[in-house]
Ligand binder design. Structure first.
Ligand SMILES: [Zn+2]
Length: 144
């Protein structure tokens, strides 16, 4: 059995048969639930990536940490389609398909792990989807 660590703070959250498993501890989950209420200035102070997408994938907000992770200038991606133009590696069932299912379903949140195929190399992350009225807040935490 391997330890399951919180991807956001490193706290032990349980045990799993899977290797290198990550989850979210309760305090981090509660904090993440408040992300859709934060202003853009507040999002820019966070140490992890946050993107706000419309239901059709248009980038409405893109914070500083995500720009650093992805090597993008946040201002340059606003109004562009995340799946088709900005991060085509996410245009797969595991990410875009999950996003569509989340938009159409009634879950409060959805969490999964994903590997971004950046030009500089693959980056394993944990993703959390949260509803922000009709939009979706996407939190992105790089895994160790
Ligand atoms: Zn935590």
């Amino acid at each position: 059995m391997a330890e399951v660590l919180c991807a956001w703070c490193g706290a032990l959250v349980g045990q799993s048969a899977a290797e290198h498993s990550h989850g979210i501890c309760q305090p981090c989950y509660l904090r993440l639930r408040g992300l859709p209420d934060l202003t853009e200035a507040e999002l820019d102070k966070l140490p992890f990536g946050v993107i706000v997408l419309s239901r059709d994938g248009i980038i409405r907000s893109y914070n500083r940490a995500e720009g650093e992770l992805a090597g993008r200038v946040p201002r340059s991606v606003l109004g562009r389609n995340f799946f088709a133009e900005v991060a085509p590696c996410t245009s797969v069932q595991d990410f875009e398909g999950s996003f569509r299912a989340f938009c159409e379903g009634d879950e409060a949140s959805r969490t999964f792990q994903f590997t971004f195929r950046f030009p500089a190399g693959p980056v394993r992350v944990q993703i959390v989807f949260l509803h922000k009225q009709v939009d979706v807040t996407v939190a992105i935490r790089k895994l160790p």
